[in-house]
Design a protein around this ligand. Structure first.
Ligand SMILES: [Zn+2]
Length: 236
C-alpha cells in the first residue's frame, strides 16, 4: 500500500506557494499526498480574473485549487468552509476535532502543516497549525511544521519588496529538519501549480514568478519537526 502524506493548510494556494516541491517529491516517489484546506480563500480579492465578482471568489478559488492539485499530483483535496481571515474566531475545538477525524480516516504516515509563525504571521495559518497540533498531541503521529531559514527569508523579503509588498514579518528558524530544493523540472511544475491560482496573481505574487531565481526560493520548502512529534524523518 502506498505511503501517505497529509497536509493540513488554511487557503487554496498554501499547497503550491509553500509546499510544491514537497508534494511533487512525495507524489513522484509513489506516495499518496492528501490535502485538507480549511477555507476557500474568499477574502483573497485582487480583481481577477477580469469580470469576476467578489462573491464568486470562493467558487473561483476552489476550481483553481482543483487545477493545482492535478498539476501537483495530489491524491485528494478536502475543502472546508471556515471563513477566510476568520479562522481564529471559529470554534477551535471543532476544527481540531475535524482534523483528528480526517487523520483517523486517512491514516497518514506523516502530517505537515503551519507552525506557530504562520509563515508570515497570517492568523488563519497560525490557527490551523495550532488546531493541528492540538488534534495530534499525544497521538504518536509524526508531524512537521513549515518553516523558513535565513537565506530563504532574505530571498522572500527581496521578492516582496520588488513586488511592492510590505509589512510581512518573517521569522526564520536557526536550523531546519528537512529541506526540499527543486530540480529544474520540479521548479517548472511548481510554477505551473502556482499559476493555477490566477485570481491571486497580484504584483507580489507575480514578482515571485518573474525570475527563476526568485521562483526557486519560493519552491524551496523547509520544515521543522513539530514539538512532541516522534523522531521521524520527512523524506519520501
Ligand atoms: Zn495562506
Amino acid at each position: 500500500m502506498a505511503r501517505k502524506l497529509l497536509l493540513v493548510l488554511a487557503h487554496p494556494d498554501d499547497e503550491s506557494m509553500g509546499n510544491g516541491t514537497l508534494i511533487l517529491r512525495h507524489a513522484d516517489a509513489g506516495w499518496d499526498v492528501h490535502l485538507v484546506c480549511a477555507t476557500r480563500g474568499g477574502m483573497g480579492w485582487n480583481g481577477r480574473p477580469a469580470g469576476a465578482r467578489f462573491e464568486d471568489l470562493p467558487e473561483i478559488r476552489s476550481r483553481e485549487l482543483a487545477k493545482a492539485a492535478e498539476v501537483l499530483g495530489l491524491a485528494s483535496v478536502e475543502l472546508w468552509d471556515y471563513p477566510d481571515g476568520g479562522v481564529p474566531q471559529e470554534d477551535q475545538d471543532e476544527i481540531a476535532g475535524r482534523i483528528r477525524s480526517a487523520v483517523e480516516q486517512l491514516q497518514p504516515d506523516v502530517v505537515v502543516g503551519w507552525g506557530p509563525d504562520g509563515g508570515y504571521g497570517h492568523p488563519d495559518h497560525i490557527a490551523v497549525g495550532a488546531c493541528t497540533d492540538v488534534a495530534l498531541a499525544g497521538s504518536g503521529m509524526p508531524r512537521f511544521h513549515m518553516a523558513i531559514d535565513a537565506p530563504q527569508a532574505q530571498a522572500w523579503s527581496r521578492a516582496i519588496e520588488s513586488g511592492g509588498g510590505a509589512g510581512f514579518t518573517l521569522q526564520p528558524v536557526l536550523a531546519v529538519d528537512a529541506k526540499f530544493e527543486p530540480t529544474p523540472s520540479e521548479l517548472e511544475r511548481v510554477k505551473a501549480a502556482v499559476r493555477c491560482h490566477d485570481s491571486q496573481l497580484s504584483p507580489m505574487y507575480q514578482a515571485m514568478l518573474d525570475t527563476d531565481e526568485r521562483a526557486w526560493w519560493m519552491a524551496r520548502n523547509c520544515y521543522v519537526r513539530a514539538p512532541g512529534s516522534p523522531p521521524a524523518e520527512l523524506s519520501p
